[in-house]
Design a binder for this molecule. Sequence first.
Ligand code: AMP
Length: 216
Amino acid sequence: MTQQITLALSKGRIFEETLPLLEAAAIQVLEDPEKSRKLILATSRPEVRVVLVRATDVPTYVQYGGADIGVAGKDSLIEHGGQGLFRPLDLQIAKCRVSVAVRADFDYAAAVRQGARLRVATKYTSIARDFFAGKGVHVDLIKLYGSMELAPLTGLADAIVDLVSTGNTLKANHLVEVEQIMDISSHLVVNQAALKLKQAPLKRIIDAFAGAIPRG
Ligand code: AMP
């Protein structure tokens, strides 16, 4: 009996940049998520299907077996905690960084030097808490779910911790990057039980992905 494999992906950059890796595993996704409202997409291999979930939900789907395998940003993995996940590959895709940014007219260095209590808005509370604790900077964290760039512009926060890729979003909103916290890329994550129960088909996918990781 062929074993069903469910792969969790998020729309956008991760989906687009995973397609060549799937191609290497001889798997073509049969629908374009930007054109369809379907959340479960068939592939050219009847036993493999793709489920579309929010980027931050990929680790949770794989942890609890809603998906056998998934592609998740390191940012999402850190915030999730990584419990119940086997993480065999850094896929080197959807690369960006987590940074601290402030309004161009805010003197971040002076605020840190003076030991001021910073108000920091972010979706990445674990990453931000660890980073500022490591620097000995006192912060009040404000959890947001979207458009963090707006927080310093409205007076909600002094600083944000967010993903930066080209820096264009920061620039368009008169924000400047003052610290780079960590580099981010997406990783392959596998459900630990599935890894034992569906070892052969999962290993084929993992090996094909490993051979197709982009360099540089
Ligand atoms: P950029 O203008 O290229 O610096 O991109 C910044 C915006 O895109 C921010 O709103 C980020 O949250 C988002 N972003 C950048 N890189 C990624 C990524 N790898 N995954 C998800 N969101 C990203």
